[in-house]
Design a protein around this ligand. Structure first.
Ligand code: COI
Length: 362
């Protein structure tokens, strides 16, 4: 275990009431920091009071977006215990994103320690109301000051925490999604499978257009044929046609979602027919016309399981399951949330308890 120096804040902030929480606008008292330099490797892991960075205007991340992040959650169970959901899987994905962006990998154990130590320090911030959680945002940014285009020789790893409620204003009510065939998010060989800042910047224009048309998010199609379903802005996507659950394969253009993986594990264990295969938007529309389009939902750490009640495509509205949450979608939500809050058995070893003592890591 690495020694993590802890400097506690002298000015703890008031904590918002659980029922006022939205997503991503309140931050806890502390953050985790660690530096990298090519001559020293990753060094100086520490917890310090939450606060702003000072960055030189020539810091390369500000110009060329050499940055990656991840997102996971800690939950307060009904028994009061705080547990992380699938932390090692998130640490592994952060490192894969790092590799793709030419950022030096971090010690996976140290990533996990950064989560447990910081959540242990700010444990009082983990909300307890059903539907709330403490969102953990590990991030790596390139910190060298230069304007040439090449990998940075120095980086900052930081972790911040925010108590959150539902990601969508709709909560567990079905969202409306606009299928775009005008803009693309990723192509084979690009950055689609990395959790990197630029992917989110690339999504904004189409997302704003979708909002203007009354939709919550965009469903991206593949960048070559503009035909096969890829993913939604902040979620992987799944559809149930007849008795088959279909989701696009991890072929390089979509994010390897941890909730996606959890749903695949559960549905396969339940003996359902599950396919990871390319699925064309035409197949979804044909299924809707044939009456076999049963359910559609998104999966994501922030969004959890989000029912899709309507798709908009080429001026047509495709209403799914009468715009209501489907039975399987609800069962998936209840099961995953049950595991996260410790009310359903953790058969797969997805949870890891955090104790306040872990903040005294030394
Ligand atoms: C997540 O689900 O963790 C995400 O990263 C989505 C988002 C808020 C960017």
């Amino acid at each position: 275990m690495a020694a993590i120096a802890v400097t506690r804040t002298a000015h703890p902030k008031p904590r918002p009431a659980d029922d006022t929480l939205a997503f991503g606008n309140v931050f806890t008292d502390h953050m985790f920091l660690m530096d990298y330099h090519q001559d020293r490797g990753w060094h100086d892991p520490r917890i310090v009071p939450y606060g702003p960075f000072t960055l030189d205007p020539a810091t390369c991340v500000l110009h060329y977006a050499q940055a990656v992040f991840d997102g996971l959650k800690a939950f307060r169970g009904q028994d009061g215990a705080v547990r992380l959901f699938r932390a090692p899987k998130h640490a592994e994905r952060l490192n894969r994103s790092c590799e793709r962006l030419c950022i030096p990998r971090l010690d996976p154990e140290l990533i996990l320690q950064s989560f447990t130590a910081l959540v242990g320090t700010d444990q009082a911030w983990v909300p307890g109301k059903p539907g709330t959680a403490l969102y953990i945002r590990p991030t790596v940014i390139a910190s060298e000051t230069f304007l040439g285009v090449h990998p940075s020789s120095s980086y900052i790893y930081f972790v911040i925490l925010c108590p959150v409620g539902a990601y969508y204003a709709e909560g567990m009510n079905p969202v409306k999604i606009l299928v775009t065939d005008q803009y693309v998010r990723a192509v084979q060989g690009g950055l689609g499978e990395a959790k990197t800042s630029g992917n989110y910047a690339a999504s904004l224009y189409a997302a704003e257009e979708a909002k203007r048309q009354g939709y919550t998010q965009v469903l991206w199609l593949d960048g070559v044929h503009r035909r096969y379903i890829d993913e939604v802005g902040t979620m992987n996507i799944m559809v149930k046609i007849g008795d088959e659950i279909v989701t696009p394969p991890l072929s390089g253009t979509i994010l390897p979602g941890v909730t996606r993986d959890s749903v695949l594990t559960l549905t396969r264990d339940w003996g359902l027919r599950v396919s990871e295969r390319p699925i064309a938007i035409d197949e979804v529309i044909e299924a809707s016309r044939a009456g076999t389009l049963a359910e559609m939902w998104g999966t994501g750490t922030a969004a959890v399981i989000s029912p899709v009640g309507e798709l908009g495509y080429k001026g047509e509205r495709i209403v799914i399951n009468g715009g209501r949450t489907g039975e399987l979608t609800q069962k998936l939500y209840d099961t995953i949330v049950g595991i996260q809050y410790g009310t359903a058995p953790d058969r797969y070893g997805w949870l890891q308890e955090v104790t306040p003592a872990q903040s005294r890591a030394a």
